[in-house]
Design a protein. Structure first.
Ligand SMILES: Cc1cc2nc3c(=O)[nH]c(=O)nc-3n(C[C@H](O)[C@H](O)[C@H](O)COP(=O)(O)OP(=O)(O)OC[C@H]3O[C@@H](n4cnc5c(N)ncnc54)[C@H](O)[C@@H]3O)c2cc1C
Length: 462
């Protein structure tokens, strides 16, 4: 069918851009509205504060993005982005166990978040029928009198000036944009719960897992011989040592280092403090890098209080003509790097549902999204539940899986096949059940059990 009608997307970050890509095959016009004045190049902006923090695009996300935007791999490489073999070129320390490396087809692009967003934004701008209205804030939904359909959005645009005694936002113009479909990709702070409540809808049940994560990211000049010649390093947080670190290459010859703390643990932001914090991690390469590499910019700090999942699929009444997408639907603990990949999978789902046609798009979308969010949500929340301070249901399944994966990390110090299987699940390429094939079960249970203590546990809340 020829594209027809108009879709409006609230938010032009990764979620909104990916939604627009899916919508552009069905709608003649796709209008993306973002309250930020969007930059012309790869720059940080206010509406995406997490853009200053290290972002890793999982291999599954890379696969989907390159399917949606053919040639994206080559374009990123041409812009100085470095492909990294995730199993062959990274020092992995899972629960203190050094994973045995082996070449693999799992690839992560070492790039900054603003660059990825810029490249995708350029691709989406070039799609027929797509218009991006930068500096346009959506302030509400337009709903039919019977409240069954969302038919557009209210928009406020222009330069913010102090509100005068007219009681209105002087200097800003207010108008409406009619739409056959409104997709809210406004992020974790999506206003849809408030707007839908004003239209008489019940709030979507919300699941919240408090993790109190603090990120500190800084970039350093990349020079030969660093990281023992490899391209990345990672040490995860474990109960008793709620600290983690990741190093990944960035475009323009830099390494980005993120130090993170969970459950209130705070990485410092001064040179000595950061190096000392990194030296308490099991991956000695991270501390060595911080002691010797030259910083390029000041450190950026960000706090992430809780993972939040809004279960729209559980609502009995939903308006048609409106969807919530991306982080507005589920905002994952960033440590697992899942957000952009899940948004990309939602874009594939939306594209398929639109191509199928038919009624009840909202219900079909939320049901499908719930099915694709379940595995990464269980993976991240299940792993967070290893920390006794994290509140949530520790079912027998969660406890068994965590005990098993702990044994798998020990066995992967010598068995590269087990490490590869784990990384494929972590990258959302394979389902978690792949870790439980009979052959792997035997190898995990026969493998070494004890943690290999590489470093003494350092100072802090341990
Ligand atoms: C510290 C941190 C680290 C992360 N690391 C990773 C990682 O390594 N890998 C990964 O895949 N994901 C990561 N994520 C998650 C990732 O950033 C998001 O999943 C991704 O940006 C998609 O989110 P989104 O587009 O739905 O929302 P956002 O990125 O939050 O964007 C929302 C957009 O909507 C706009 N907006 C909001 N309200 C309005 C309105 N009313 N009108 C108009 N515009 C509006 C904002 O300006 C913004 O552009 C991380 C997140 C955090 C917090």
């Amino acid at each position: 069918m020829a594209p027809a009608g108009r879709a409006v997307v609230i938010g032009a970050s990764m979620g909104g851009l990916l939604a627009a890509r899916a919508l552009s095959e069905t709608y003649a016009e796709v209008v993306l509205l973002d309250r930020d004045v969007l930059p012309d190049g790869p720059a940080n902006r206010r509406g995406v504060p997490q853009g200053r923090q290290l972002h890793v695009l999982l291999d599954r996300g890379r696969q989907v993005l390159t399917a949606l935007f053919p040639g994206l791999d080559e374009e990123l490489t041409a812009r100085g982005v470095c492909p990294v073999d995730l199993h062959g070129e990274v020092h992995w320390y899972n629960d203190g166990h050094r994973m045995r490396r082996a070449p693999s087809d799992l690839v992560a692009y070492g790039m900054s978040r603003p660059l990825l967003e810029q490249v995708v934004r350029e691709r989406v701008h070039a799609l027929p029928g797509v218009r991006v209205l930068s500096g346009h804030e959506v302030t509400g939904l337009i709903v039919t009198p019977d409240r069954r359909w969302v038919t557009g959005v209210r928009v406020s645009a222009g330069v913010r000036v102090p509100v005068g005694d007219r009681g209105s936002a002087g200097g800003r113009s207010e108008f409406t944009v009619a739409a056959d479909l409104v997709v809210d990709a406004g992020g974790r702070g999506s206003r849809s719960p408030v707007w839908l409540a004003a239209a008489g809808y019940r709030p979507a049940p919300e699941e919240r897992v408090e993790v109190d994560v603090t990120y500190v990211t800084r970039t350093y000049r990349r020079e030969s011989g660093q990281l023992e010649g490899l391209l990345g390093a990672l040490a995860n947080a474990v109960p008793g040592r709620p600290r983690a670190g990741i190093v990944a290459p960035q475009e323009d010859g830099r390494f980005a280092v993120v130090l993170s703390g969970v459950l209130g643990e705070q990485p410092p932001t001064d040179d000595e403090g950061m190096a000392a914090f990194a030296e308490t991690l099991p991956a000695p390469q991270i501390g060595e890098l911080l002691r010797t590499a030259r910083p390029v910019d000041p450190p950026a700090r960000m706090r992430f209080p809780a993972s939040v999942r809004r279960r729209y699929e559980r609502l009995r009444r939903l308006p048609e003509g409106h969807l919530v997408f991306g982080d507005g639907l589920c905002s994952f603990n960033p440590i697992y790097g899942q957000g952009m990949t899940v948004a990309a999978l939602e874009a594939l789902l939306l594209r398929r549902l639109l191509a199928e046609g038919g009624d009840g798009l909202a219900r079909r979308f939320y049901r499908g999204a719930a099915r694709l969010i379940d595995p990464p949500w269980q993976l991240s929340v299940g792993t967070d539940l290893r920390f006794p301070e994290v509140t949530g249901r520790r079912t027998l399944r969660v406890r068994l899986v965590n005990a098993y994966v702990g044994r798998l990390h020990a066995a992967a110090t010598t068995d590269a096949g087990l490490g590869a299987a784990f990384l494929r699940v972590l990258n959302l390429v394979d389902p978690p059940t792949r870790l439980l094939t009979p052959g792997r079960l035997v190898r995990v249970l026969r493998g070494p059990r004890r943690a290999v203590a590489r470093r003494p546990v350092g100072v802090g809340r341990v």
